[in-house]
Design a protein around this ligand. Structure first.
Ligand code: 13P
Length: 314
């Protein structure tokens, strides 16, 4: 039977009471930046892509699996490949067939029953091929949330419902809504740790925290202590990449595309290294860049990150 890479990494994270960083990647530059970050910190990571990101790139599921595996070949990195936020069962099935390690069926905008049925269907297909499934219960608001603000009880994950949902679907990972939100927000989100603790006590599954952008380091650490084993980052990393391109265009208006992309790749790698350093420090098993014990949201990148990145990213 084929080994599932994500299952092995989750087992390690559980053993070390730490979390895997999951970063959204969609092209050569972002994949290389993430692989370099993982290699230079000797930390496992999850590479993930959403169907929407594949659409933007015009890349199919099979092509993406091949692209990642070709680029990873020259890196000594332990990684798993995950499909993020698939709202259609069909997208999950395509990723399962293509060889992803795990898929997220996101039925959180649907009714409880539709979410349950969709998750069950995906689990049935995925588990036959040793692929893991992540589902979301409750609703992580953010960029995609439209107009009306629903009440918190409508959007936060209910621990008892989570228990019933996991038992009935046999889903492998559960993404929770405990005050986390996608994208940039005005102030740091206020996470409901009591609720997180109750969810942890009700389900024996790794918990996923979406909306990593803007969550203070201390809150990340507390979430990990309460069972979070996968933390998703996108917006802040995307902005790091874009800001580097804008900066290069400003400072060097005649820069070639390849020059500004190289700078953006390095900046992105440094930012991922910072996140890996505080999420996965227990997996590293060695002293990492000390982080101030403060709820400040200022990340502290590895001191040597840029220099290393210069050497490794070709
Ligand atoms: P952010 O964009 O808030 O970092 O969240 C990313 C995410 O949860 C992807 O699934």
């Amino acid at each position: 039977m084929k080994e599932n890479r994500l299952q092995r990494l989750l087992d390690q994270a559980e053993q070390h009471n730490s979390a895997l960083v999951a970063v959204n990647v969609s092209n050569v530059e972002t994949i290389k930046a993430a692989l370099h970050a993982a290699e230079s910190t000797q930390t496992a990571l999850i590479l993930q892509v959403a169907p929407l990101q594949l659409d933007f790139q015009g890349i199919d599921y099979d092509e993406f699996v091949e692209l990642v595996s070709v680029l990873a070949r020259r890196h000594n990195v332990d990684y798993a490949l995950h499909l993020d936020h698939a709202e259609e069962v069909e997208h999950c099935l395509r990723a399962i067939d293509a060889g992803f390690d795990s898929v997220m069926f996101d039925g959180s905008k649907q009714s409880y029953d539709q979410n349950l049925q969709g998750t069950k269907a995906v689990c049935y297909a995925a588990h036959r091929k040793q692929v893991l499934v992540e589902a979301e219960l409750g609703r992580v608001l953010g960029n995609e949330a439209g107009s009306d603000e629903p009440s918190l009880d409508d959007v936060y994950t209910d621990p008892q419902l989570a228990k019933a949902f996991v038992e009935e679907t046999q889903v492998d990972l559960l993404a929770v809504a405990i005050g986390n939100a996608h994208g940039f927000h005005v102030g740091p989100p206020k996470l409901d740790f009591e609720r997180l603790n109750q969810i942890r006590l009700s389900i024996s599954r790794p918990i996923v925290l979406h909306g990593g952008t803007g969550i203070p380091v201390d809150d990340i650490r507390q979430s990990i202590a309460l069972g979070v084993r996968k933390i998703n980052y996108f917006t802040e990393l995307d902005s790091t990449f874009m800001n580097a391109i804008k900066q290069e265009a400003k400072e060097n208006p005649s820069a070639l595309m390849i020059q500004s992309f190289a700078k953006a790749q390095r900046a992105l790698s440094d930012d991922i290294i910072a996140k890996m350093t505080y999420c996965s420090s227990a997996i590293l098993g060695k002293a990492t860049t000390p982080l101030a014990s403060t709820s400040s949201n200022a990340y502290q990148p590895h001191v040597t990150a840029s220099a290393q990145t210069e050497e490794v990213i070709a």
